[in-house]
Write a protein that binds this ligand. Sequence first.
Ligand SMILES: [Zn+2]
Length: 238
Amino acid sequence: MSLSISHDYKSPNFNQREDMKLLDTIIIHYTGMKNYQSALEYLCNLNSKVSAHYFINEEGNIWQIVDDEMTAWHAGVSKWLDRKNLNSSSIGIELVNPGHEYGYKNFSLSQYQSLEQLIEILIKKYNIKQDRILGHSDIAPLRKSDPGEKFDWKRLSKKGLSIWPKEILNIPQNINSKNFLYNLLFEIGYDVENDFKSSLIAFKRHFIQSELTTDINETVIKVAYSVSMAFNKVRSLY
Ligand SMILES: [Zn+2]
């Protein structure tokens, strides 16, 4: 399998990784800008102070703008499980999409195909597990909503590149719904201690994409329970 990756653009916005062994996470973003050219230039502009490792446009062309061995500045203030500020332990991948601000649209088939091939290479190279392939909003729910509810996580899960519950499980009887849900989201990795409501919306953006309110109902709890079980299963294997 050969994947064509362009090195035409390089971003100055990075620093040396403390330790390559810490690298165990992939964070998926959208660019949230009007077109790919301006997004690519922005990420490569010293003044923007942001970057990512990879950039995939709608035609599925891939640029590597920061080397894997460097820490790119894509995650910002972030938390997942007990880890904060995920830049130093992650690879950031930007998908071109105008985002919620400029006309959010479906990601293209070419983007998915290139993204999936790229992730396959990265997980082999760095031994990255499925439960560490996340969206920006998963790790920064108060600030971020990318890659957003149009991103097809289920498609990635079919190729073993993300976690999606195989079935929706029934929940235990006599539970306090909100506490139970809080604990489930906490166990999955969301920063509920900082902000429960934004974590709930981030969870829905990823796993219940048609319903982005803060409503708590039986379906939400069942899906959260099923997702947490699926995460537990993957984590029990390593
Ligand atoms: Zn982002």
